[in-house]
Design a binder for this molecule. Structure first.
Ligand code: SF4
Length: 197
């Protein structure tokens, strides 16, 4: 198979996640993205045309809601959920809600780092909770993605209760991964094997 004139080795699996961009509107200390750069929408479209007959595709990256064109391409591949840190939902709520609706998004995952949010980025937890309310009030399903370090590992039950209060139907607890920026900032806060269990 060739793509943009380059010879590609064929992948045997069924699912492909395309990391579209590393651009973000915050700079989390735990961010594990291991690349930098942005794929132009027309290049992405070409990639989708090439891969979609063979694979189930998903678009991911950092903050994909910063560019409407990426959300429109989610519709094209049948992706019905998106992950966001929530900031843009507070800055442009009507626009983003309409964009998500128009493009078939049914579930929104919010980064919600209970107990350590202020140590990881500059988006206050109450702002994320307000973004959660915006998502629920607009009729979307809500999921939470919570990073866990040594500092908030004792709060896991509490964050699960909080998820219920916020109307979330899903929560994912993610022990911090020492990749990307996390290597620089969170070496000492990473869970050991016993703590992970
Ligand atoms: S962790 Fe997510 S929200 Fe934070 S900087 Fe990385 S991509 Fe952006």
């Amino acid at each position: 198979m060739t793509l943009n004139g380059k010879e590609m080795r064929e992948f045997d699996g069924t699912r492909v996640k395309i990391m579209v961009t590393s651009a973000c509107n915050t700079a989390c200390k735990h961010c594990c993205l291991g690349f930098s750069g942005t794929m132009a929408p027309d290049v992405l479209e070409e990639m989708i045309s090439s891969l979609s007959p063979r694979y189930e595709l998903r678009l991911d990256g950092s903050e994909l809601l910063l560019d409407d064109r990426y959300v429109r391409l989610m519709k094209r591949i049948g992706q019905d959920n998106v992950l966001t840190n929530g900031r843009i939902l507070l800055q442009k709520p009507e626009h983003i809600i309409e964009l998500l609706r128009e493009n078939g998004i049914r579930m929104v995952f919010l980064s919600y780092h209970y107990g350590i949010q202020g140590e990881l980025n500059d988006i206050p937890l109450p702002d994320v909770e307000q973004a959660a309310a915006t998502v629920r009030n607009a009729g979307f399903r809500l999921g939470l993605m919570t990073t866990v370090t040594k500092k908030n590992r004792h709060l896991v039950r509490e964050v699960c209760r909080k998820a219920g209060d916020l109307g979330a139907s899903f929560i994912q607890i993610n022990p911090v991964v020492l990749q990307g920026r996390a290597r620089e900032y969170l070496q000492e806060d990473t869970l050991n094997e016993t703590e992970r269990e």
